[in-house]
Design a protein around this ligand. Structure first.
Ligand code: NAG
Ligand code: NAG
Ligand code: NAG
Ligand code: NAG
Ligand code: NAG
Ligand code: NAG
Ligand code: NAG
Ligand code: NAG
Ligand code: NAG
Ligand code: NAG
Ligand code: NAG
Ligand code: NAG
Length: 698
């Protein structure tokens, strides 16, 4: 329906009456619109462009649509109006010149011009604008599939089933959008330039025409990320020890929240939200872990690395050693094997510029300032700092040792051993006289060269020889000469038990003496035949006879079943197989009848002297007793014991040797009973030892 309505028509009627009244007087055509010249119409309705005119009867009128004549008619004429053929259904001209549209369509939106002419009069013109609208229906607002931050732009578009939009308005979160650098409002669309996450929100389009309005909304999310990734290992440590438990996590910001996956060579299963749990971590799990973060919608990816260090302490402790190179140079070694990473080893005191991993050595010319110098190896490992030391030293002074045994084939085997403490270990070389010992049947040198074995049936073949061993390392050498002696005995001594029924013989052998066995010989009464060992032999009473035979390792022997009232003499004969050495001195045991004449004479001389002193003493005591009556006890004087001791400790050859040479301390019972010569020193000083000494030297 035309919305100029009844008012417009009334105006038109009034104007027409005026025109007729002043018909004769006017000489000019005047055309004017009735109502608005801008006319809106809803498609399908009827609308009329109303005009009125004055100045002439039955003028010729023309309606032009957009400059093109569509209707031409002479008002009042019988001739029907000339209407373009294809518009006859819609366009009708009223008798008063107004143009009526019936069931108007969108195509009639146009500028219309009404022209009126009459011969002899000037043309009169008026214009209208007709806009035909459809009501707006079913508006759909669409956005691109993905709106990604940082892209150039994105566009929101609307579409609709029908409708003519007179005006569109856009809103972002209810704030009106105008075209500017960020937005472009275009026909049926809104372009957002350089979108970012702040452009996420609700977009609204409001469409309007004079007959309807529609509001449509859409939620737009701008995708972003992954960004600001955080890769971390917890607990955070510069390195981990094998066996540790840790977790590495990976995350980043973004919308939607990025997913994370860890890679270590290949994809690692069993991870949750980018958290990778590593329990009992091993050194082969050290390395570069790569995390891939993905925005599952935008497919944007981000890859980051984290390096895990898993260390392991080298096993044991560092070991230092020094070795000889060609017996000239010293090679200092330091080792600390295993471990991840390998330990860094250095000898700071030897060289501050070089170092090695796991095994390190430095070689130097042997020089005196290295002798005895303690060299420390610093072993650096991230887990532990350790060190070891080694001291190179020249060979120490040493004593060769000589051992003798009899081999299964009956040879005497003499082993000379030369061991000299040295670092590096000393190399031993052997020479005999001025010649190097040649290994063969007689001479054998142990694989480490510390032992020389001499094998021979006949001891006289080698007891005359001088053997020299030289122990040397790069720092120096020590040389010793061994002069082997034939079988011999030193420090032969004798102890008897409390009641004199058992006697213990002990002896020593000089260090370089070659001895394979001993004959224990006795001179004296026969021993009872209750012997425990068959080696005890009977013998005549006045010559030495062998009562026991002992191997070369034996240094003492017990003789049983002695009669304390009888006198026995003992000696030991050292032997190298069948070769007998010098017999030992003779030790005697028994009561005094065995004393030598000299001893008896000494005692005989000593007794009167002693008596003389006792008389003097008695007189002295008598005076003392009288001067001090409190001290009435008489003392006993151990004179007779002193004499007895002098007798029993004597030996037939060199009486004092026993005290000076014996390495073994005498058994306790001897000390209690038999060796009181020291105790005699505690006697009153006026009892001089002189008579005893006289007895031994007379
Ligand atoms: C012109 O004619 C139409 C119908 O044809 C009518 O509605 C309108 O009122 C008329 N206008 C005038 C001014 O008479
Ligand atoms: C109006 O025109 C449309 C098509 O232009 C047609 O479908 C409709 O039937 C017409 N209405 C009337 C009342 O003539
Ligand atoms: C009508 O005329 C005006 C100005 O004269 C013009 O701007 C407009 O586009 C025209 N309308 C149509 C539908 O031709
Ligand atoms: C839109 O249309 C409704 C009726 O459908 C009306 O109440 C409202 O005022 C209109 N809004 C505008 C801005 O024209
Ligand atoms: C848009 O988002 C708002 C909340 O922000 C929600 O209430 C509304 O239902 C959403 N609309 C659509 C079409 O998803
Ligand atoms: C990793 O350990 C944490 C707790 O330490 C646990 O919550 C998480 O589920 C573990 N993840 C996996 C994949 O086992
Ligand atoms: C390394 O040792 C030399 C002498 O042995 C010394 O002169 C030098 O300063 C040392 N360098 C360092 C870095 O300690
Ligand atoms: C070691 O001695 C050799 C020759 O005796 C000499 O050439 C070399 O330079 C020496 N090396 C050092 C480190 O003194
Ligand atoms: C040398 O070797 C002998 C036997 O071959 C062995 O008894 C001796 O202990 C060794 N000495 C050293 C110092 O290794
Ligand atoms: C062994 O050495 C001693 C002195 O060292 C010497 O008197 C003797 O003649 C040497 N014997 C041999 C066989 O060289
Ligand atoms: C001598 O003493 C020993 C113990 O020392 C003992 O076994 C033995 O019977 C004693 N002999 C005599 C005759 O008293
Ligand atoms: C002493 O004789 C006994 C048997 O009478 C024997 O078992 C033992 O080995 C012998 N001891 C020695 C050193 O010969």
């Amino acid at each position: 329906m035309a919305w100029l309505g009844g008012f417009g028509r009334l105006c038109a009627v009034f104007l027409a009456i005026c025109c007729f009244s002043f018909q004769g007087a006017s000489s000019q055509l005047v055309v004017s619109p009735v109502g608005h010249t801008l006319v809106y119409a809803l498609a399908g309705s009827d609308v009329t462009l109303l005009v009125s005119f004055t100045g002439a009867d039955d003028p010729t009128v023309t309606w032009l649509m957009g400059g093109l004549p569509v209707v031409t008619w002479t008002i009042g004429s019988d001739v029907p109006p000339d209407i373009a053929e294809d518009r006859k259904k819609v366009l009708n001209i009223d008798p008063n010149g107004s143009l009526t549209f019936v069931n108007v369509t969108l195509g009639y939106t146009s500028n219309y011009t009404f022209e009126m002419t009459k011969s002899g009069l000037a043309k009169s013109v008026t214009s209208f604008t007709l806009e035909v609208f459809e009501s707006i229906q079913n508006v759909i607002l669409t956005q691109p599939d993905l709106v990604i931050e940082g892209s150039k732009q994105f566009t929101l578009q609307y579409s609709m089933l029908q409708g003519v939009v007179q005006q569109q308005m856009w809103f972002f979160n209810d704030i009106e959008i105008n075209s500017n650098s960020q937005y472009t409002v275009a026909e049926r669309s809104l372009v957002i330039h350089g979108p970012n996450r702040r452009d996420t929100g609700r977009y609204t389009v409001f469409l309007m025409n004079p007959f309807s309005n529609v509001t449509t909304r859409i939620n737009v999310t701008v995708l972003y990320g992954p960004e600001k990734p955080i890769l971390e290992a917890l607990p955070a440590q510069p390195f981990y020890l094998s066996g540790d438990t840790l977790s590495v996590s990976c995350k980043a910001e973004g919308f939607p929240l990025p997913t994370a996956k860890w890679d270590f060579g290949s994809q690692i299963p069993d991870q949750l939200n980018g958290v990778l749990n590593l329990t009992n971590v091993q050194t082969n799990q050290a390395g570069t872990y790569m995390c891939t973060l993905v925005n599952e919608q935008s497919k944007e990816k981000l890859q980051m690395n984290i390096i895990l260090k898993v260390y392991e302490r080298p096993s044991g402790n560092p070991m230092c050693s020094v070795q000889s190179v060609n017996n000239v140079n010293l090679q200092y070694y330091c080792m600390w094997p295993g471990g991840t990473p390998q330990a860094v080893l250095s000898f700071p005191t030897l060289s501050n510029t070089s170092s090695g991993a796991e095994t390190f050595s430095l070689t130097f010319n042997a020089s005196d300032n290295l002798n005895g110098k303690t060299v420390t190896c610093m072993a650096d490992h991230p887990v532990e700092q350790n060190q070891c030391s080694v001291t190179a030293s020249s060979p120490m002074k040493f004593l060769p040792s000589v051992r003798t045994r009899v081999s299964s084939d009956g040879k005497i085997v003499v082993t000379i051993e030369c061991v000299s403490e040295a670092s590096p270990e000393a190399v031993v070389s052997w020479s005999q006289g001025s010649e190097t010992v040649a290994a063969g049947t007689t001479y054998q040198i142990s694989s480490n060269a510390t032992q020389l074995q001499i094998r021979d049936y006949n001891v006289s073949n080698f007891i005359l020889q001088n053997y020299t061993c030289t122990c040397s390392n790069p720092l120096g050498s020590q040389r010793r000469e061994v002069h082997l002696q034939g079988p011999s005995i030193s420090d032969f001594s004798l102890f008897r038990n409390l009641n004199g029924t058992i006697v213990t013989l002990t002896w020593e052998v000089p260090p370089t003496s070659v001895v394979t066995g001993f004959d224990i010989q006795m001179k004296g009464p026969y021993l009872p035949n209750k012997s425990r060992n068959g080696t005890q032999k009977r013998g005549s009473a006045d010559v030495f006879h062998t009562i026991q035979q002992k191997p070369g390792s034996v240094r003492s022997v017990d003789i049983f079943f002695l009669d304390p009232s009888l006198t026995y003499r003992f000696r030991v004969i050292p032997k190298a197989l069948m070769v007998e050495g010098e017999p030992s001195e003779v030790q005697r045991i028994g009561p005094g009848e065995g004393l030598s004449g000299a001893a008896i004479a000494g005692i005989a001389a000593g007794i009167p002297c002693s008596l003389f002193f006792i008389v003097l003493l008695g007189i002295a005591i008598y005076f003392c007793f009288h001067s001090n009556k409190n001290k009435s006890r008489q003392r006993r004087y151990p004179v007779s014991r002193a004499v007895e001791k002098a007798i029993t400790t004597q030996t037939e050859t060199t009486p004092h040797h026993l005290l000076t040479g014996g390495l073994k301390s005498p058994p306790d019972y001897n000390r209690l009973n038999l060796t009181p010569s020291e105790r005699s020193m505690a006697l009153p000083s006026f009892v001089p030892p002189a008579p005893v000494r006289v007895a031994t030297t007379v």
